[in-house]
Design a protein around this ligand. Structure first.
Ligand code: ADP
Length: 530
């Protein structure tokens, strides 16, 4: 293979690959990625092998003409090949845009049209409708195969700097389009440094990663594992649904730490509690993305008496920002675990409705994050960026920007922060971030739909169900909820498709004419308990 990568001109500052591959220099033989291949077989990639793979892939990408400022669309689940590829992108200052193989065509097409990737790489067969645009290739376990080279482009930049974009993660957006969170190397590495101060894992640990690669939670897992010289264990997504298979993966890979959203534990706690309790090597659990329902958290703690359970709070716009150990024992009267405080190097501010900091316990405020780990902005969306990255309310003249999280919090008597909900229509569904407005937009695209409102209905088992109500236009024909759900499925990920859709005469509104979400939730909960 021709090596056309220019030698580094100067130390480029710490980039994501510098940080994640540090152990390749000190402990090259240690396992970096342990993949569960089924039938008791494991595929292990050492740090030395991972670094070699990154070198080869970097050379192949550079040879194909990729460089600073380009974007690569990566359609894959987490694997050693995926990790090697995104690290190679980082080496070249190329931003990677991870997408899941489950992403519906319409959504993927929207992301591709907006990001204009120079190269589209897929772990499976590349999707036909994307194969006509720029470069195309596949990601096999043995490495990258280019099917078509990227088109020639004018290059304005040569140097890789820590302020370059490392990746873009697409989350649900209120406008009906997914929103691209642009994250720089500098910001990710700042977060990784903050996370490592928590002493969550050491070099002997094996960290199971259960989130889809397209969400930054998987990058948190990879950062935690590789940044600590430990191993990352990607859990095959299709095994997560089966409690006994999930436990088999954990057992056979010798996993010591499991990261994931709370809902990954629901089935295990219900059907395989004993199997979980038998995992004596499991010493740590980190959950993130939403509140852990207390009864389930108590059961998890009881099943894993030896484990440190950590509540991690944050948003894609800074990867995450706070870590708090779940108290052991959990006090009987506690209705949710604290989210703690921001990691060292960052600060969570609580700002009241009057714009002044909330300092005493009990009162709610909105959480703002001051941090070197903030995202750069939303891709091609200056307006949304301006409403999320705002002047520091405690010192607006300084020109410092902070992240307006949209999350409400309050201080407990212990000085810890507690999450108290959202200030807007964003919800979490099994750990996935969903803007109800995006679901509503899709429903409004259905012929004959005049108004739509989406709502989440809490279920008795701690889960939530997404439902919707629509109002038909006067001349509309009969409404078919199954067809409507199928229409949503072509553009939205499965967790954003309403399980039930009711036709109503009108939507409840508040005194000032806004959609009354409180009344809506009450109505839906009443109308639709399952
Ligand atoms: P991430 O990818 O970091 O999990 P998302 O960007 O998908 O985050 O969603 C962020 C939102 O999820 C937060 O703004 C908050 O509303 C919610 N959230 C994240 N972590 C927690 C937590 N530990 N407890 C309660 N809510 C959380």
């Amino acid at each position: 293979m021709t090596t056309t990568v220019p030698p580094p001109v100067h130390a480029p500052g710490e980039t994501m690959p510098d940080f994640l591959l540090a152990a390749a220099g000190t402990t090259p033989a240690r396992p970096a990625v342990i993949e569960f291949a089924g039938n008791g077989e494991l595929r292990t990639t050492s740090y030395g092998e991972l670094a070699a793979r990154v070198r080869d892939t970097t050379a192949a990408l550079a040879d194909a003409g990729l460089g600073p400022g380009d974007r690569v669309l990566l359609e894959t689940d987490t694997s050693a090949a995926a990790i090697g590829t995104f690290l190679a992108c980082g080496r070249l200052g190329v931003a990677f845009v991870p997408v899941s193989p489950q992403t519906p065509d319409v959504r993927l097409a929207t992301i591709a049209a907006s990001t204009e990737p120079a190269l589209y790489l897929s772990a499976g067969e590349p999707r036909q409708f994307l194969a006509g645009a720029g470069g195309v290739g596949t990601l096999a376990p043995e490495g990258l195969r280019l099917r078509r080279r990227p088109a020639r482009r004018v290059r304005h930049r040569r140097e890789v700097v820590a302020a370059d974009t490392a990746y873009m993660i697409f989350t649900s957006g209120t406008t009906g389009r997914p929103k691209g969170v642009v994250m720089s190397h500098r910001a990710v590495v700042a977060f990784y440094h903050g996370m490592l101060t928590q002493g969550l894992v050491g070099p002997a640990d094996r960290v199971a990663s259960t989130s889809p690669f397209q969400f930054d939670f998987s990058l948190l897992d990879i950062g935690l594992a590789l940044g600590s010289g430990a191993s990352v264990v990607p859990v095959p997504r299709d095994l997560l649904r089966w409690p006994s298979r999930f436990l088999t993966v954990l057992r056979e890979t010798g996993t010591t730490q499991v990261n994931g959203v709370p809902s990954i534990w629901r089935q295990v706690l219900r059907h395989s509690w004993n199997g979980l309790a038998a995992l004596h090597g499991l010493r740590g659990v980190l959950f993130c993305g939403e509140r852990f329902p207390m009864p389930e958290l108590r059961r998890l703690q009881a099943a894993l008496p030896q484990a440190r359970i950590v509540n991690c709070y944050g948003a894609t716009e800074s990867m995450a920002c706070a870590f708090a150990d779940v108290p052991r024992p959990l006090p009987d009267d506690l209705d949710q675990p604290p989210i703690g405080r921001a990691h060292p190097g960052a600060e969570l501010l609580l700002i009241g409705p009057d714009g002044a900091p909330v300092t005493g316990p009990g009162a709610n405020g909105e959480m703002y994050l001051r941090s070197p780990a903030l995202f750069t902005g939303y891709w091609d969306d200056p307006e949304a960026t301006r409403s999320a990255l705002v002047p520091d309310p405690t010192d607006p003249r300084s020109n410092q920007v902070v992240l307006r999280t949209g999350d409400l919090g309050c201080l407990g008597p212990d000085g810890e922060l507690y999450f108290s909900g959202r200030a807007d229509g964003q919800v979490q569904i099994r750990g996935n971030r969903v803007e109800l407005a995006e679901v509503e937009r899709r429903l409004l695209d259905l012929p004959g739909v005049a108004a739509a409102a989406a709502v989440v209905i809490p279920q008795a088992d701690g889960d939530v169900e997404l439902a919707a109500m629509i109002v038909q236009a006067p001349d509309a024909g009969p409404f078919d909820p199954t067809e409507a759900a199928a229409f949503c499925r072509t553009a939205l990920p499965a967790y954003m498709v309403p399980g039930r859709i009711w036709v109503v005469d009108g939507l409840p509104v508040t005194e000032n004419g806004k959609l009354d979400r409180v009344a809506l939730s009450a109505w839906a909960t009443e109308a639709g308990p399952t």
